[in-house]
Write a new protein. Structure first.
Length: 1190
């Protein structure tokens, strides 16, 4: 509604009769007489109207008046909350209210100041809450103006009014029309009046509404429990009156379900004790100022936690779970926190029981358990803690990776994730027990007893907790056997061995016997327990077997490798043999049945009297698969020999088969001289001759032959001619007389001592041959035919068959001329003699002429090969005569021979020795090895590493029987021993002293006491025997790279002066036999290394003597010149002096004489000294002539 008023200013003013109020779509009127005001109702608030006042008489309108209707006031203004510094105003806005103006005034401030706050609130919406923050100032206090509703309101000094814009918050109650204004920052204990004006949109205000309120004096806030236990708690709080907080006292009311009590304090905190656990307490804190005014209290509901459990313990443990138990009287609900040690992984379990099993754990892992009792509102009591580890899982898949005699390598599995396991192994055997630990899933057990069963139990352990065990059982390997000894016969072998293991009495032994490495036909034997011997039967004679012996124990555990040894069964003996002679050959053919089994050959021994020859035949060929055959050549004719044949195999010999065999015969040796014709008459002569040598067989007959021809020797064809044939002119030669020698005494091996005399022309007849008278004036020559076998041809009147007979002829005698009568006999004889002299003179002239021409040719070409005589081969039986001839005139003949040898071989090249790198390796500049025969070592770093001053030298059997070398120099010691090793030398012959006449002749290249290294070769002396004329040392030579070794013997001859000869021949000859006896034990291809100082003089002499002895024994020939010649073609200056050359010939003569005379004084007789050295006996005789085995 609106009331219109006006003023009547004149006395004659007309009477107003009506007022008209209009708006755009509405019009309303009212009448009022004699009034200066009129009320109009039914208007809308906050609406613009136009008002007219009209005089009813004059109908005159007053001036136009425009006005607006004020908004309706708010309703329901009240304080919905009041605090110490806050208050909340709430009201309801009328329709049309666009905004409100809030006027807040402080009334009756203790400091007598007031403050007005004007707040315009716009943007009203139903249910909207607005926040107004105040910051009260002291009088005259100034502060920077701040936007209202943000961090505080804008204030002025005392008595002034300030305005600010409130902050609109989100709708609080969107279904209501109430408007709330939250006032913050009020002064405590202050009276305030709040007036609210409603406002239209154009700012027109409605009627105010007000409300008065007082803020609370003080208030406890932020009341909280700082610490709480089952029977006590600590509280703290704050007071919002900071200025006077120190004058407050606080009353704390503690109210429980069964009891309550009050505490007082001046502090903003308190400790409350003597509480009951697991109990709900209502706690109120009331503040009081010193004037007794009470502030706003703070309250809190608190449950005391339950008391900690007791007897918290581990009840049982497994690999995956741990059982826990405890006791509690004030809690029915428990929370258990399980934490895995190291990883921090945790799990929470709850239970209402007083025990629990925590599962799903990892084996062998340490866990921490914490239990908290739970109150009814979720409060927790003090924790109790316990630690425990789960059991480790038992190991599995225990495997023995490797086992030896004293060690065992084990491995096992454990899939637990824990990494700090240790494992205890309980190792037990019948010899005791032992425990050991391992931090890994593997271990090597050591110092075990071979061949013993070990029970091994493995316990896993983690965090001092031992898990379930697992076990295995295993034997250690038994040791291999040692000291195998084998004795054999032809078809069986007895074996014994040793095993020193502690458990050997429980061992059995498996024997595997293979022949020639053929495992498909191996024989197997198993011994009884503890038995260390066995006998193998049904073997094949003369065979190589290998026996492997495995040691076995328990469940079949065998030694790592077998002990093995090869052995040979004895060869089967030759049961018998027979001899066959070869016509006209000093040869025996021996035949024997093939023995069962196999062999590598046969040893043939032939002896006659003191003479003995032993030859290894090697592998004989069988003619028809069942019979062996060999020929023994170069025997004596018509000689009885004792022969034995021994089968050999693997250095074993069978029992010999023996027989006595007689060699065959051949044509007797032709005598050097011719028969002697005496007592010449005109028709007869007397012929004298000596018997033929019977070395080719006994002489059975002699035939006297006459000829008138000129032949030097007759042929066997003349034996068929008789005196009658001569008379007929069929032949100029005929047999005139035949003498048989059957029953007459003979001396075998020597010329017959009988003298024969035949009267030719006495007209006697022998065996069909007529001894007729000679013709006067005839010229006759006589010869003798000797027969070792005489055959008569029945188809030729019983005369001698020359083709079938064994016959030889003497030279024809000089021709004799028969007289015709006594008167002319002297003339005839003189003519014959003169003719013979002429013939001899002519022959002598021709021989002299030929020799002179050859001498002239050699003078012209002294280096041509045909000038060098290469050989002077002499029969043994003729050597003594030859020696005497050469020895005559102070060894003139030997001096000529030695002079002829001076230039032999000197033109051969020596390029390697002359290289600058090799010159320092030569002891003498004039003794350099020929390239064609020098010993070459292996090349190591330089091409000249192969050089050493040494040559291969030919012996009787091989071109490399010897190595001749110089005495080692200090810088060639390693090369010397490298040569010994590479050339497989088993014997060294040293023919010089290290120092002679104050000069070093040879470096002492061997160690005396301790082993010494020479490069890769280690040499150790094992024995030394010093004798008057020589010293014998034994060494072991070892190659350090290959660990191979072999024995070596040094024969050191100490009685030979440099450039001289020993005092007697027997010393050197015996020394040679000593070396050769040892070499029988060495490999056949091993050369003998011989050295002196230069390696030519004494070295050449020794090698030559060895060859000469073999030549005498096997050929019955001697060729000193040829042997020295051959040696000098391989190394210069071999046999360096003429004295050494003569000494060689003297040695040959003494050897030949010893054969004839059986001289024992030639043999070295120091038997006592010799037997000191490995029972070596000196050679008994030098009777080894002939007897070379083909």
């Amino acid at each position: 509604s609106v009331t219109t008023t006006w003023e009547n200013t004149g006395s004659t003013a007309p009477e107003y009769v009506s007022t008209e109020v209009t708006k755009a779509d509405w019009k309303g009127t009212t009448s009022a007489e004699d009034q200066t005001g009129d009320g109009i109702t039914g208007l809308s608030p906050t609406t613009s109207y136009t008002s007219f006042v009209t005089a009813d008489i004059l109908f005159h309108q007053c001036p136009l008046c425009v006005f607006k209707i004020e908004p309706s006031p708010i309703s329901g203004l009240h304080v919905s909350f009041v605090g110490v510094t806050q208050a909340t105003l709430t009201w309801e806005n009328a329709n049309g209210t666009a905004a409100c103006r809030l006027l807040l005034e402080g009334i009756g401030s203790p400091k007598e100041w007031t403050q007005d706050l004007v707040v315009n609130i716009s943007g009203l919406a139903p249910g909207t809450r607005h926040k107004v923050t105040l910051s009260l100032l002291e009088p005259n206090e100034q502060r920077e103006s701040l936007p209202c509703g943000q961090s505080g309101s804008h204030h002025t000094a005392q008595g002034e009014r300030s305005t600010c814009r409130p902050t609109a918050l989100s709708p609080h109650h969107p279904l209501t029309r109430d408007t709330e204004v939250l006032l913050f920052g009020l002064k405590s204990n202050t009276q305030y009046e709040a007036t609210v004006y409603s406002q239209a949109a154009d700012g027109t205000e409605g009627q105010p509404r007000n409300v008065t309120f007082r803020t609370v004096a003080s208030q406890v806030f932020d009341l909280k429990v700082v610490d709480i236990g089952a029977t006590n708690m600590t509280l703290s709080w704050k007071i919002n009156d900071n200025e006077s907080s120190s004058v407050y006292t606080y009353e704390i009311q503690v109210a429980g379900p069964t009891d309550s009590f009050t505490l007082r304090t001046n502090e903003t905190g308190v400790i409350i004790t003597s509480l009951n656990s697991s109990t709900l307490y209502n706690i109120t804190v009331r503040p009081f100022l010193g004037n007794g005014s009470e502030g706003m209290s703070g309250s809190l509901q608190v449950y005391t936690p339950p008391g900690p459990v007791s007897d918290f313990r581990v009840t049982n443990v497994s690999t995956r779970a741990i059982g826990l138990a405890w006791w509690s009287n004030d809690s029915d609900f428990f929370k258990i926190l399980t934490t895995e040690n190291g990883t921090g992984k945790s799990q929470v379990n709850t239970t209402t029981d007083q025990s629990i099993v925590i599962g799903d754990l990892s084996p062998g892992t340490m866990y921490h358990f914490e239990i908290r009792p739970q109150g009814p509102n979720g409060t927790e009591g003090e924790p109790q803690r316990v630690c425990s580890s789960t059991d480790p899982s038992a190991v599995f898949d225990i495997r023995v990776l490797q086992v030896t005699t004293t060690e065992m390598e084990l491995e096992w599995q454990n899939t637990d994730s824990s990494s700090d396991y240790t494992y205890t192994l309980d190792v037990q055997s019948k010899y005791g027990s032992n425990k050991t630990n391992s931090s890994h899933k593997a271990i090597t057990l050591k110092d075990l007893v071979p061949g013993t069963l070990y029970n091994i139990t493995i316990f896993p352990e983690a965090n001092h907790v031992v898990g379930e065990s697992n076990f295995t059982a295993q034997y250690t390997l038994p040791s291999s056997v040692s000291d195998i000894e084998i004795s054999t016969n032809t078809t069986a072998a007895s074996l014994t061995w040793q095993n020193l293991d502690r458990a050997s009495d429980t061992y059995t032994y498996h024997l595997l016997i293979e022949k020639d490495g053929n495992s498909s036909k191996a024989t197997q034997l198993v011994t009884d327990m503890g038995v260390t011997s066995a006998t193998v039967t049904e073997l094949i004679p003369g065979s190589v077997y290998t026996v492997e012996i495995f040691t076995e124990v328990g469940n079949g555990t065998k030694s790592l490798a077998p002990s093995w040894q090869s052995f040979c069964t004895d060869p089967a003996p030759v049961t018998s043999f027979h001899c066959e002679v070869v016509p006209k050959e000093p040869t025996l053919i021996l035949k024997w049945a093939r023995p069962p089994g196999t062999n590598v050959g046969f040893r043939l021994e032939i002896s006659r009297g003191a003479w003995r020859n032993v030859t290894d035949l090697g592998s004989c060929t069988s003619e028809n698969g069942t019979e062996y055959r060999t020929e023994v050549t170069y025997l004596n004719y018509s000689t009885s020999y004792n022969i034995s044949i021994t089968a050999s195999f693997c250095n074993k010999t069978a029992s010999p088969a023996q027989n006595t065999c007689l060699t065959g015969i051949t044509d007797p040796p032709s005598p050097d001289g011719s028969p002697n014709i005496t007592s010449i008459s005109h028709n007869s002569v007397k012929v004298e001759f000596s018997g033929f040598e019977a070395s080719h067989g006994p002489i059975k007959a002699y035939a006297l032959i006459l000829t008138t021809g000129n032949a030097v020797y007759p042929s066997a064809n003349v034996l068929r001619y008789t005196y009658e044939d001569f008379k007929k002119g069929a032949s100029d030669t005929y047999v005139t007389y035949l003498i048989t020698t059957e029953g007459k005494r003979r001396s075998q091996g020597l010329a017959e001592v009988l003298k024969y005399e035949v009267d030719v022309g006495n007209e006697s007849t022998t065996h069909g041959y007529y001894n007729g008278k000679l013709e006067p004036l005839g010229s006759y020559r006589a010869c003798v035919a000797g027969f070792t076998n005489i055959t008569f041809n029945p188809h030729n009147n019983g005369l001698i068959d020359g083709a079938e007979s064994y016959v030889s002829f003497s030279p024809y005698s000089d021709a004799v001329f028969l007289p015709q009568d006594p008167g002319v006999i002297c003339g005839a004889v003189f003519g014959c003699i003169f003719g013979a002299l002429v013939i001899v003179a002519v022959g002598g002239f021709i021989f002299w002429r030929k020799k002179s021409m050859n001498f002239i040719e050699c003078k012209k070409n002294p280096k041509t090969s045909f000038c060098f005589l290469r050989s002077k081969l002499i029969k043994v039986e003729n050597f003594e005569t030859y020696f005497k001839k050469q020895q005559a005139d102070s060894n003139c003949g030997f001096a000529e021979e030695y002079e002829d040898l001076k230039l032999v071989g000197i033109s051969l090249p020596k390029y390697a020795a002359e290289l600058p790198e090799n010159r320092g390796k030569n002891r003498y500049n004039n003794v350099l090895p020929y390239d064609i025969s020098r010993v070459k070592l292996s090349v190591q770093t330089h091409s000249t590493d192969d050089y050493i001053n040494a040559n291969y030298m030919p012996g009787y059997h091989s071109k490399k029987d010897f190595i001749a070398t110089q005495g080692p120099l200090p810088n060639t010691l390693k090369d010397f021993w490298r040569m010994v090793w590479e050339k497989n030398v088993y014997a060294i012959v040293m023919l010089t002293k290290c120092v002679e006449q104050g000069r070093t002749k040879c470096e002492e290249y061997w160690p005396s006491k301790q082993a010494q290294d020479y490069g890769d070769i280690t040499v150790a002396m094992t024995s030394e025997v010093v004798l008057p004329e020589w010293t014998i040392r034994d060494f072991t030579v070892k190659n350090m790279e290959t660990s191979e070794s072999h024995p070596l013997r040094q024969f050191h001859f100490t009685s030979w002066p440099d450039h001289g000869v020993p005092d007697t021949t027997d010393l050197l000859i015996n020394f040679r036999y000593l070396v050769r006896d040892y070499m029988k034990q060495s490999p056949p291809e091993s050369p003998v290394l011989v050295h002196c100082s230069a390696g030519v003089g004494r070295t050449g002499t020794f090698i030559a003597i060895d060859r000469l002895i073999y030549q005498i024994e096997n050929e019955n020939m001697v060729d000193v010149y040829g042997i020295v010649y051959d040696l000098r073609m391989h190394r210069p200056l071999m046999v360096q002096t003429e004295d050494q050359y003569v000494f060689l010939n003297q040695c040959v003569l003494d050897i030949i004489r010893s054969q004839k005379d059986s001289k024992v004084d030639l043999i070295y007789q120091n038997t006592t000294a010799m037997t000191i050295y490995e029972n070596l006996a000196p050679v008994a005789a030098f009777g080894k002539t002939n007897g070379y085995i083909a």
